[in-house]
Design a protein around this ligand. Structure first.
Ligand code: KG4
Ligand code: ZN
Length: 330
């Protein structure tokens, strides 16, 4: 079954065709990131306008790369939320139009479910039950997934998402949006023990997260001070170490308490090299099976939306499909 999927929840305009939820036939991602550098974050109106500009070329590109005509597409899937309303609307209206014109079923799909299903885009997907850490610019969630569509939220952030903390700390260090990749690189040159930043909620006894206190702790160190190159790398490394410590600790606690062997780590922040390495070392040591998708499937793309749609097939009448910026996972 070939699913043509559209993802447009924020600043990426993405389309893909995936066969049977596992094989990517084509995947195209256009990003308006460079237009958000100056504003140090995404301005929703700017992102929505770029979605409009990029959408049709990105649809065309994927269809020609997959060498598919619409007859060979079996269903259309689209991210209906969560995300920014203006951006979501462009993808949703495009998907509704294509499904109508091509006379194919339309599968509305949750963006966060997409991040989870990045681990199914290969020939060795995880087994159930599993614990999943979804860490992105907008969300930080710990899930217990017993089967396709059987999901329990074990914990979530009480304030900022982990990626948001990377981006805001990046602003403090003079790094353009999105700051995660550069903090990742800077940290490799820094000493993580220089600043003893808090590990918020690490001993809270629950599985929730909090990142705003960590961000404020970094702010206190840089406020009214002259920061040289060495300080910058040490601040980045110390902040990253604190964030990684909390994310890893809570995920392993969830897996231990729920007696689950399989751990999935996904979403934009799962591209972080220290987070990936720490999870790998700990999981090897403790005997967990770890699933971290390749970096390009961790950040926003439409192939993961097609995979999520395939394994949770819930087509809806076209006129009922709407964008919902606050769409919940469960
Ligand atoms: O999943 P994603 O592409 O978009 C959302 O759904 O939010 O995640 C984007 C987030 C941004 O906050 C970005 O700074 C962060 O992922 N990110 C990283 C890395 N690459 C992207 N954070 C830390 N280390 C990275 N290597
Ligand atoms: Zn995302």
């Amino acid at each position: 079954m070939n699913i043509f999927a559209i993802e447009s929840s924020m600043d990426e305009t993405a389309t893909a065709v995936v066969a049977d939820g596992q094989k990517i036939l084509a995947s195209t991602v256009a990003s308006s990131k460079e237009f958000h550098k100056k504003t140090r974050g995404v301005v929703p109106e700017v992102a929505a306008r770029k979605q409009l500009e990029f959408m049709i070329p990105v649809v065309d590109q994927t269809l020609s790369e997959a060498r598919l005509t619409s007859q060979k597409v079996d269903a259309v899937a689209v991210t209906t939320g969560p995300g920014m309303i203006g951006s979501l609307l462009v993808g949703v209206e495009t998907a509704k139009t294509l499904a109508f014109v091509w006379e194919k079923p339309l599968i509305p799909t949750n963006h966060l479910l997409g991040h989870l299903y990045a681990s199914w885009l290969n020939s060795n997907p995880p087994d159930f039950p599993l614990v999943a850490l979804i860490v992105s610019g907008g969300h930080t969630l710990l899930l217990l997934v017993r089967d396709h569509g059987v999901i329990e939220v074990l914990g979530e952030t009480q304030d900022d998402a982990a990626g948001e903390a990377f981006d805001k700390v990046g602003t403090l260090l003079g790094i353009d949006y999105p700051a995660g990749p550069e903090i990742d690189q800077l940290s490799k040159k820094g000493d993580p023990s220089t600043f003893d930043f808090p590990r918020p909620l690490i001993t809270s006894g629950d599985l929730n997260f909090s990142f705003s206190g960590l961000k404020v702790a970094v702010l206190r160190q840089v406020k009214d001070k002259k920061i040289d190159k060495k300080d910058r790398t040490n601040l980045a490394a110390s902040f990253q170490q604190a964030a990684v410590d909390v994310l890893v600790k809570k995920t392993l606690t969830a897996a231990r308490d729920r007696k689950v062997r399989n751990i999935v780590v996904s979403g934009g922040v799962a591209a972080n090299s220290q987070l990936r390495e720490t999870f790998k070392n700990k999981c090897d040591l403790l005997g967990y099976d770890l699933f971290t998708p390749p970096v390009k499937l961790c950040t926003d793309n439409a192939a993961v939306i097609a995979a999520a749609a395939y394994f949770n097939q819930t087509p809806a009448a076209i006129f009922k499909v709407t964008a919902d910026p606050n769409l919940r996972l469960v």
